[in-house]
Design a protein around this ligand. Structure first.
Ligand code: BGC
Length: 347
């Protein structure tokens, strides 16, 4: 069968590879791959910033944002042929560490976890894939192709949960949320902020194209410069990973404010900062900077609920380009106005 293959760290290695049928060891549910979303992590994989092949293999089947349709599922698995399904990305480490042993693989302590399509495990970018029922997320049929957004949305479901948990240190009733970066992660953060009833402001560099309009369609305020922000943000969802942006936001935080760092930037960039002054700011304001990565099982379920609540026409506009599997490396080349690019595994 055909699959999206790469050699981690080799920028020109993206191929339509011929690979073996998915091994039974990958799980008892056999799935017809429908769509795979491309994200910054996939580009970093090719650039060599992260990622590794499955032991014994010389290439990696990429693709961690998945949507498929069940071909075969054992009785009692909770799935039947025809169901839509998304696969969980991370697998617990084999030791397992105390977090993984409790099902919190997204908080793995020893770093020996694996991730489908990223770290040590073939991904979902193939005509067929297998998954264990425990790591299979049911996608309601009404979501259709938008089910490919379940995984990126799970990242934000976790991010907002982390903010709530940090906020619970004290009385916490956020009103103003700043989202930095209006890519797929930033826009999905904007959606969730709107669903939670927050006043949301979104910072990005671009002045035209679909992003400003997508923010305004949710009732949000679009900014191209932090100077334009006319409220004090109780919460920042940071999706650029740019040090200067993080530093500027940290200086804006009110008492008990929270910045949730949800993105990384290829960098490295050097920023001259008054670190002692920043430390003082954070301390005297009980402010928090919290990093978040990946997602646990409950976040995928939350993501499905969030997508079901969203305006379908708005979600449709996030998927700006669909590339057939036969030409999938084109999905890695950024085009103006790209938001979420997906690969059609049947094409
Ligand atoms: C994925 C996460 C993953 C991370 C780092 C992200 O793009 O959405 O699930 O943990 O990359 O590998």
């Amino acid at each position: 069968m055909r699959a999206m293959t790469v050699i981690p760290g080799k920028s020109d290695s993206a191929r339509v590879g011929a690979v073996a049928e998915p091994p039974a060891a990958d799980g008892s549910i056999l799935v017809q791959g429908l769509l795979t979303g491309i994200c910054g992590t996939d580009l970093e994989l090719l650039a060599g910033a992260l990622g590794r092949v499955q032991p014994g293999s010389d290439h990696l089947v990429i693709g961690h944002e998945s949507l498929g349709q069940v071909l075969e599922a054992p009785a009692g698995s909770g799935f039947t042929a025809g169901d839509l399904v998304a696969g969980v990305v991370r697998r617990p480490d084999p030791v397992p560490c105390p977090a993984c042993a409790r099902g919190e693989w997204d908080f793995c302590r020893n770093g020996q976890y694996t991730e489908r399509g990223i770290n040590g495990m073939d991904g979902y970018g193939a005509e067929r894939w297998r998954v264990d029922p425990y790591f299979a997320v049911p996608v309601p049929a009404v979501l259709g192709h938008l089910g490919v957004l379940v995984e990126p949305t799970s990242i934000l479901a976790k991010a907002f949960e982390q903010v709530d948990r940090v906020g619970a240190r004290s009385w916490f009733d956020p009103k103003h949320v700043l989202v930095t970066g209006a890519g797929p992660i930033g826009l999905l953060a904007t959606l969730i902020a709107q669903q939670r009833g927050y006043d949301v402001h979104v910072l990005d560099r671009v002045t035209d194209g679909p992003k400003p309009e997508l923010v305004r369609a949710l009732g949000g305020t679009y900014l191209t410069d932090l100077q334009q922000l006319d409220v004090v943000p109780d919460v920042v969802i940071e999706a650029t990973g740019v040090g200067q942006v993080v530093f500027d936001c940290a200086n804006l935080l009110p008492p008990a404010g929270v910045i949730c760092l949800a993105g990384i930037h290829p960098g490295p960039a050097t920023v001259d900062v008054q670190l002692d002054a920043l430390v003082r700011q954070l301390v005297v304001r009980n402010a928090a900077l919290v990093g978040t990565v990946n997602a646990g099982k409950r976040h995928y379920a939350d993501a499905v609920d969030m997508l079901l609540k969203a305006d379908r026409a708005w979600l449709e506009r996030l998927v700006t380009r669909t590339v057939p599997l036969s030409n999938w490396p084109a999905a890695l080349v950024r085009e103006p106005d790209d938001i979420k690019v997906v690969v059609d595994l049947r094409g």
